[in-house]
Design a protein. Structure first.
Ligand code: PGA
Length: 255
């Protein structure tokens, strides 16, 4: 990997899986397997598992993240969680704009932008997800679509704050389907995103930004995907629920 240029980050996205006791068990199993990682290791767990995850990971190289946060600091928003709350708990990362949020929970580019800015204001690091559906890919609008998602998400975000943004390119058709993008497809879109960042900010900001690939990354294909110049890590769903598989991906990113 390009560790000399950028921080490689392997982040697990547990989605709606694992209870607090299962969280403790899985993190305890992962700790010895990833302890020598030469990349950042982050686990984004359900809200109710955050406390157990923080306790289980204390003193290890595993950092903990949430999977969403609201765009206000507090107020009448039943069922929501604000970044102020996450920060006080000691949470470092938050995923924003995952395609499942966009698809099932009415998330739009505008709300993604609001949530992202609120999270950055609290000093959280944001893993911003962008990616096209199969139809959009077939229509040939992947580059445009991903560029637009990226630009709107970063509207009003300063160059300084952009240093706390990680972008995860996640083609929707590859998520949870077992259909991974080829390493060339992943590389092509990650490079497009980096160019968009250079256009918004400058070359240095673009060169320094961690851009991950996500979508059925697993122990078998991680090496090839992570070997690409513009792929600086992964956002891992299914394979992050298995300690052994996740650790193989972490090792691939540590080379
Ligand atoms: P997957 O999920 O690895 O299970 O495809 C990735 C994600 O949705 O972040």
């Amino acid at each position: 990997m390009k560790k000399n240029v950028r921080n490689a980050i392997i982040a697990g996205n547990w989605k709606m899986n694992k209870t607090p006791s299962e969280t403790t068990e899985l993190i305890n199993a992962m700790k010895p397997l990833v302890k020598d990682a030469d990349c950042k290791v982050v686990l984004c767990v359900p809200f109710v598992d955050l406390d157990a995850a923080l306790k289980a990971s204390a003193g290890s190289n595993i950092e903990i993240g949430a999977q969403n946060c609201h765009f206000e600091k507090s107020g009448a928003f039943t069922g929501e969680v604000s970044p102020v709350m996450l920060k006080e708990m000691g949470i470092k990362y938050v995923i924003i704009g995952h395609s499942e949020r966009r698809q099932y929970f009415g998330e739009t580019d505008e709300t993604v932008n609001k949530r992202l800015k609120n999270a950055l204001e609290e000093g959280l690091k944001v893993i911003l997800c962008v990616g096209e559906t199969l139809t959009q890919r077939e229509q040939g609008i992947t580059a445009e679509l991903v560029a637009t998602q990226t630009k709107i998400a970063l509207l009003g975000v300063s160059k300084e704050d952009a240093k706390n943004v990680i972008i995860a390119y996640e083609p929707v058709w590859a998520i949870g389907t077992g259909k991974t993008a080829t390493s060339d497809q992943a590389e092509e879109v990650c490079a497009i995103i980096r160019k968009v960042i250079a256009d918004i900010y400058d070359d240095n900001t673009a060169e320094g930004m961690t851009i991950q690939y996500g979508g059925s990354m697993n122990a078998k294909n991680a090496d090839e995907l992570l070997g690409k110049v513009n792929v600086d890590g992964g956002l891992i769903g299914g394979a992050s629920l298995k300690a052994e598989d996740f650790s193989v991906i972490v090792k691939a990113a540590s080379k």
